[in-house]
Write a protein that binds this ligand. Structure first.
Ligand SMILES: [Zn+2]
Ligand SMILES: [Zn+2]
Length: 265
């Protein structure tokens, strides 16, 4: 560590001691929230900001909150032009419940992709088609050499359905539970996924086919060496939620003023 980093660490430790000496942690947990994602409309046209906003900032409290022991999230829609007086040295986070709740600073390189619903979200008729091996063959898909050759449904889920990793929009990554739609607490309409905060950008095995083209080599190398340069290439943010699951943030499509919710899957 540099002398400056040492000083910051010491100062943060002193602040934490001071805070704990002063009071036990209050029930509503007013610890500093941490930045989790900052998304610009110019990079991600899929965002649907309210009014003149063109910037989404997602923060969370890095402590487990009920229900389901997960960080409490907060969304801030802003107009980027109005964000001025930015701190040259933002405060260092010094309280987290879990190392996986402290994101590693990353620069985004968003990429538009096409994905399909999880097989659990398909209609019975569509599911029959997905499970029909001859259809895959007729379409020229390389199912035969896949590790999922005996189960076309798994082939579909691994290669085409709900892309793994951090994403805006898209389909829910079911798996911890059966499909579990979220409904707005104000107007009762079905909510839509806004952001998926993922523990891994891709899964092992054939799931590595989802790695960006420029990271394919690292993705496949990681399979034999475990980690590259001390960091797993499939975990650039070092964020882990649930049991290496996904946290999906849902919003009401009827009104950005209605409260968001989140779900671990
Ligand atoms: Zn909290
Ligand atoms: Zn609503």
């Amino acid at each position: 560590m540099t002398p400056e980093e040492e000083a910051i660490k010491e100062r943060n430790a002193a602040r934490l001691t001071e805070r704990l000496d002063a009071d036990p942690p209050p029930a509503d947990c007013p610890v500093p929230m941490l930045p989790v994602a900052q998304l610009y409309l110019r990079d991600i046209p899929l965002l649907q900001p309210p009014g003149q906003a063109d910037l989404l900032q997602v923060l969370w409290c890095p402590y487990d909150h009920d229900p389901h022991h997960k960080p409490a999230t907060a969304l801030f829609w802003r107009s980027a032009a109005e964000v001025v007086d930015i701190l040259a040295t933002p405060p260092e986070p010094y309280e987290v419940n879990d190392d996986g709740y402290l994101p590693e600073p990353c620069v985004l390189a968003p990429e538009a992709i096409t994905e399909y619903p999880n097989s659990l979200d398909l209609s019975p008729q569509m599911l029959l088609m997905v499970q029909d091996w001859s259809r895959w063959q007729a379409a020229g898909a390389d199912v035969d050499s896949s590790e999922h050759a005996d189960c076309p449904r798994d082939f579909y889920d691994v290669h085409l359905a709900d892309a793994p990793g951090w994403k805006v929009g898209g389909w829910p990554p079911w798996g911890r539970t059966d499909p579990n739609p979220r409904y707005c607490t104000v107007c009762d309409v079905q909510m839509v996924p806004l952001l998926t905060i993922a523990s891994y950008e891709w899964d092992g095995g054939e799931g590595r086919s989802w790695a960006p083209h420029e990271e394919q080599a690292a993705a496949y190398a990681a399979n034999t060496t475990g980690h590259c340069c001390g960091q797993d290439p499939s975990q650039p943010t070092k964020v882990e939620v649930g049991s290496t699951d996904n946290m999906q943030i849902y919003v009401c499509p009827a009104s950005p003023g209605h409260p968001h919710t989140d779900l671990i899957q």
